[in-house]
Design a protein around this ligand. Structure first.
Ligand code: HEM
Length: 198
Protein backbone atom coordinates (compact mmCIF):
# COMPACT_ATOMS: atom_id res chain seq x y z
CA UNK A 1 0.00 0.00 0.00
CA UNK A 2 2.90 2.34 0.76
CA UNK A 3 4.57 1.39 -2.52
CA UNK A 4 1.55 2.83 -4.35
CA UNK A 5 1.30 5.86 -2.06
CA UNK A 6 -2.06 4.75 -0.61
CA UNK A 7 -0.23 4.80 2.71
CA UNK A 8 2.59 7.28 3.38
CA UNK A 9 5.52 6.24 1.21
CA UNK A 10 7.92 6.39 4.15
CA UNK A 11 5.61 4.06 6.11
CA UNK A 12 5.55 6.46 9.05
CA UNK A 13 2.92 7.92 11.41
CA UNK A 14 -0.12 6.01 10.17
CA UNK A 15 -3.41 6.42 12.04
CA UNK A 16 -6.76 4.61 11.86
CA UNK A 17 -8.36 7.23 9.61
CA UNK A 18 -5.50 6.81 7.13
CA UNK A 19 -5.90 3.01 7.14
CA UNK A 20 -9.65 3.35 6.63
CA UNK A 21 -9.48 5.77 3.73
CA UNK A 22 -6.55 3.97 2.09
CA UNK A 23 -8.11 0.48 2.14
CA UNK A 24 -11.44 1.88 0.94
CA UNK A 25 -9.84 3.77 -1.93
CA UNK A 26 -7.40 1.03 -2.95
CA UNK A 27 -9.47 -2.11 -2.47
CA UNK A 28 -13.03 -1.16 -1.55
CA UNK A 29 -12.96 -2.25 2.11
CA UNK A 30 -15.57 -0.64 4.38
CA UNK A 31 -14.30 1.41 7.31
CA UNK A 32 -14.90 -1.17 10.07
CA UNK A 33 -12.76 -3.81 8.33
CA UNK A 34 -9.38 -3.02 9.85
CA UNK A 35 -10.25 -1.30 13.13
CA UNK A 36 -9.24 -4.34 15.20
CA UNK A 37 -5.91 -4.97 13.49
CA UNK A 38 -5.05 -1.25 13.63
CA UNK A 39 -5.69 -1.31 17.38
CA UNK A 40 -3.22 -4.23 17.62
CA UNK A 41 -0.70 -2.30 15.51
CA UNK A 42 -0.95 0.67 17.86
CA UNK A 43 0.10 -1.51 20.81
CA UNK A 44 3.60 -1.87 19.28
CA UNK A 45 3.91 1.72 18.08
CA UNK A 46 7.27 3.44 18.44
CA UNK A 47 6.09 6.84 17.15
CA UNK A 48 5.60 8.36 20.61
CA UNK A 49 1.99 9.10 19.64
CA UNK A 50 -0.54 6.50 20.79
CA UNK A 51 -2.73 7.16 17.72
CA UNK A 52 -0.09 6.36 15.08
CA UNK A 53 2.30 3.56 14.12
CA UNK A 54 5.11 3.01 11.63
CA UNK A 55 4.96 0.06 9.22
CA UNK A 56 8.33 -1.07 10.59
CA UNK A 57 6.68 -1.47 14.04
CA UNK A 58 4.56 -4.31 12.62
CA UNK A 59 7.62 -6.59 12.53
CA UNK A 60 7.43 -6.81 16.34
CA UNK A 61 7.44 -10.55 17.01
CA UNK A 62 4.28 -12.11 18.44
CA UNK A 63 2.13 -8.99 18.26
CA UNK A 64 0.56 -9.29 14.78
CA UNK A 65 3.75 -10.77 13.32
CA UNK A 66 3.98 -14.51 13.93
CA UNK A 67 5.89 -17.63 12.99
CA UNK A 68 4.98 -19.66 9.93
CA UNK A 69 4.41 -16.85 7.41
CA UNK A 70 3.80 -17.60 3.75
CA UNK A 71 6.59 -15.40 2.42
CA UNK A 72 8.73 -14.37 5.38
CA UNK A 73 11.10 -16.30 7.60
CA UNK A 74 10.53 -16.77 11.33
CA UNK A 75 11.97 -14.16 13.71
CA UNK A 76 14.30 -16.86 15.16
CA UNK A 77 16.26 -16.83 11.87
CA UNK A 78 16.86 -13.06 12.07
CA UNK A 79 14.62 -11.32 9.53
CA UNK A 80 10.84 -11.60 9.91
CA UNK A 81 10.15 -8.48 7.85
CA UNK A 82 11.45 -8.77 4.31
CA UNK A 83 10.24 -10.98 1.50
CA UNK A 84 12.10 -14.30 1.58
CA UNK A 85 12.33 -15.92 -1.88
CA UNK A 86 13.09 -19.39 -0.50
CA UNK A 87 10.06 -19.46 1.83
CA UNK A 88 7.89 -17.99 -0.92
CA UNK A 89 9.08 -20.54 -3.50
CA UNK A 90 7.44 -23.34 -1.51
CA UNK A 91 4.21 -21.36 -0.99
CA UNK A 92 4.15 -20.41 -4.68
CA UNK A 93 4.51 -24.08 -5.61
CA UNK A 94 1.66 -24.99 -3.27
CA UNK A 95 -0.46 -22.19 -4.75
CA UNK A 96 0.35 -23.67 -8.16
CA UNK A 97 2.02 -20.50 -9.43
CA UNK A 98 4.10 -21.33 -12.54
CA UNK A 99 2.84 -24.92 -12.44
CA UNK A 100 1.96 -25.70 -16.06
CA UNK A 101 -1.54 -26.94 -16.92
CA UNK A 102 -2.88 -26.09 -13.44
CA UNK A 103 -5.94 -23.94 -12.70
CA UNK A 104 -5.46 -20.17 -13.20
CA UNK A 105 -6.86 -19.41 -9.73
CA UNK A 106 -6.10 -20.10 -6.09
CA UNK A 107 -9.14 -21.62 -4.41
CA UNK A 108 -10.05 -21.52 -0.72
CA UNK A 109 -8.93 -25.14 -0.42
CA UNK A 110 -5.55 -24.49 -2.06
CA UNK A 111 -4.86 -21.43 0.10
CA UNK A 112 -5.96 -23.16 3.31
CA UNK A 113 -3.76 -26.18 2.63
CA UNK A 114 -0.75 -24.06 1.66
CA UNK A 115 -1.07 -22.06 4.86
CA UNK A 116 -1.29 -25.12 7.09
CA UNK A 117 1.62 -26.79 5.29
CA UNK A 118 3.84 -23.74 5.81
CA UNK A 119 3.07 -23.77 9.55
CA UNK A 120 4.05 -27.46 9.67
CA UNK A 121 7.31 -26.72 7.82
CA UNK A 122 8.16 -23.87 10.21
CA UNK A 123 7.49 -26.09 13.23
CA UNK A 124 9.96 -28.64 11.93
CA UNK A 125 12.89 -26.26 11.43
CA UNK A 126 12.44 -23.53 14.07
CA UNK A 127 13.45 -24.67 17.58
CA UNK A 128 11.79 -21.53 19.00
CA UNK A 129 8.59 -21.99 16.98
CA UNK A 130 5.64 -20.30 18.65
CA UNK A 131 2.16 -20.08 17.24
CA UNK A 132 -0.25 -20.69 20.08
CA UNK A 133 -3.19 -19.50 18.02
CA UNK A 134 -3.39 -19.85 14.26
CA UNK A 135 -6.11 -17.21 14.08
CA UNK A 136 -3.80 -14.50 12.74
CA UNK A 137 -2.38 -16.73 10.07
CA UNK A 138 -5.87 -17.93 9.03
CA UNK A 139 -7.06 -14.30 9.11
CA UNK A 140 -4.32 -13.14 6.73
CA UNK A 141 -5.05 -15.89 4.23
CA UNK A 142 -8.74 -14.98 4.50
CA UNK A 143 -8.16 -11.24 4.00
CA UNK A 144 -6.00 -12.03 1.00
CA UNK A 145 -8.70 -14.29 -0.51
CA UNK A 146 -11.45 -11.73 0.21
CA UNK A 147 -9.52 -8.78 -1.21
CA UNK A 148 -8.44 -10.39 -4.48
CA UNK A 149 -11.25 -12.90 -5.08
CA UNK A 150 -12.51 -12.95 -8.66
CA UNK A 151 -16.10 -14.18 -8.52
CA UNK A 152 -16.31 -15.12 -12.19
CA UNK A 153 -13.04 -17.05 -12.06
CA UNK A 154 -13.87 -18.80 -8.76
CA UNK A 155 -10.72 -17.86 -6.89
CA UNK A 156 -7.80 -15.45 -6.66
CA UNK A 157 -6.02 -15.25 -10.01
CA UNK A 158 -2.53 -16.67 -9.52
CA UNK A 159 -1.09 -13.72 -11.35
CA UNK A 160 -2.50 -11.41 -8.65
CA UNK A 161 -0.80 -13.42 -5.90
CA UNK A 162 2.50 -13.47 -7.76
CA UNK A 163 2.48 -9.69 -8.19
CA UNK A 164 1.36 -9.02 -4.62
CA UNK A 165 4.08 -11.10 -3.02
CA UNK A 166 6.95 -10.90 -5.52
CA UNK A 167 6.58 -7.32 -6.71
CA UNK A 168 4.87 -5.90 -3.59
CA UNK A 169 2.21 -4.08 -5.53
CA UNK A 170 -1.53 -4.33 -5.98
CA UNK A 171 -2.30 -6.12 -9.25
CA UNK A 172 -4.19 -3.28 -10.97
CA UNK A 173 -2.15 -3.74 -14.14
CA UNK A 174 -3.13 -7.43 -14.18
CA UNK A 175 -6.83 -6.54 -14.05
CA UNK A 176 -7.65 -6.27 -10.35
CA UNK A 177 -10.65 -4.01 -9.79
CA UNK A 178 -11.55 -2.95 -6.27
CA UNK A 179 -14.66 -4.66 -4.92
CA UNK A 180 -17.13 -3.88 -2.17
CA UNK A 181 -15.78 -5.69 0.87
CA UNK A 182 -16.79 -5.67 4.52
CA UNK A 183 -15.55 -7.20 7.75
CA UNK A 184 -18.45 -9.66 7.43
CA UNK A 185 -16.98 -10.88 4.12
CA UNK A 186 -13.64 -11.51 5.84
CA UNK A 187 -15.34 -13.32 8.73
CA UNK A 188 -17.28 -15.51 6.27
CA UNK A 189 -14.02 -16.33 4.49
CA UNK A 190 -12.34 -17.22 7.80
CA UNK A 191 -15.08 -19.83 8.33
CA UNK A 192 -14.49 -21.26 4.86
CA UNK A 193 -10.71 -21.42 5.32
CA UNK A 194 -11.14 -22.95 8.78
CA UNK A 195 -13.51 -25.59 7.40
CA UNK A 196 -10.97 -27.01 4.94
CA UNK A 197 -9.53 -30.33 6.13
CA UNK A 198 -5.76 -29.79 6.14
C1 HEM B 1 -6.79 -5.85 2.27
C2 HEM B 1 -5.98 -5.71 3.30
C3 HEM B 1 -4.88 -6.68 3.65
C4 HEM B 1 -4.44 -7.76 2.96
C5 HEM B 1 -4.91 -8.32 1.61
C6 HEM B 1 -3.38 -8.37 3.76
C7 HEM B 1 -2.70 -9.51 3.41
C8 HEM B 1 -1.75 -10.12 4.17
C9 HEM B 1 -1.13 -11.38 3.88
C10 HEM B 1 -1.42 -12.25 2.66
C11 HEM B 1 -0.25 -11.64 4.87
C12 HEM B 1 0.61 -12.89 5.01
C13 HEM B 1 2.02 -12.66 4.56
C14 HEM B 1 2.86 -13.89 4.77
O1 HEM B 1 2.41 -14.84 5.46
O2 HEM B 1 3.98 -13.94 4.25
C15 HEM B 1 -0.30 -10.53 5.79
C16 HEM B 1 0.48 -10.41 6.91
C17 HEM B 1 0.48 -9.34 7.74
N1 HEM B 1 -0.39 -8.27 7.72
FE1 HEM B 1 -1.77 -7.92 6.31
N2 HEM B 1 -3.21 -7.61 4.90
C18 HEM B 1 -4.10 -6.58 4.88
C19 HEM B 1 -4.24 -5.60 5.84
C20 HEM B 1 -3.42 -5.43 6.92
C21 HEM B 1 -3.51 -4.34 7.85
C22 HEM B 1 -4.56 -3.22 7.80
C23 HEM B 1 -2.48 -4.51 8.75
C24 HEM B 1 -2.07 -3.67 9.93
C25 HEM B 1 -2.58 -2.51 10.27
C26 HEM B 1 -1.77 -5.71 8.37
C27 HEM B 1 -0.66 -6.22 9.02
C28 HEM B 1 -0.04 -7.41 8.71
C29 HEM B 1 1.12 -7.94 9.42
C30 HEM B 1 1.86 -7.30 10.60
C31 HEM B 1 1.43 -9.16 8.82
C32 HEM B 1 2.58 -10.11 9.18
C33 HEM B 1 2.08 -11.36 9.84
C34 HEM B 1 3.08 -12.49 9.69
O3 HEM B 1 3.96 -12.64 10.53
O4 HEM B 1 2.98 -13.24 8.71
N3 HEM B 1 -2.38 -6.23 7.26
N4 HEM B 1 -1.22 -9.62 5.36
Amino acid sequence: MANHGWLPHDGKNIDLATIQSAFEAAMGFSTESFVGITQEALTVSTTGNSSTFNLQDLAHHNAIEHDGSLSRNDAFFGDDLHFNPVIWATTALRYGIRVPFSSPVITVETAAKARAARVKDAKLVNPAFNLTSQAGSIGETSVFLTAFWDESAGGVPKNYARVLFEEERIPYAEGFVKGNRTLADVVAMISKVGAVKV
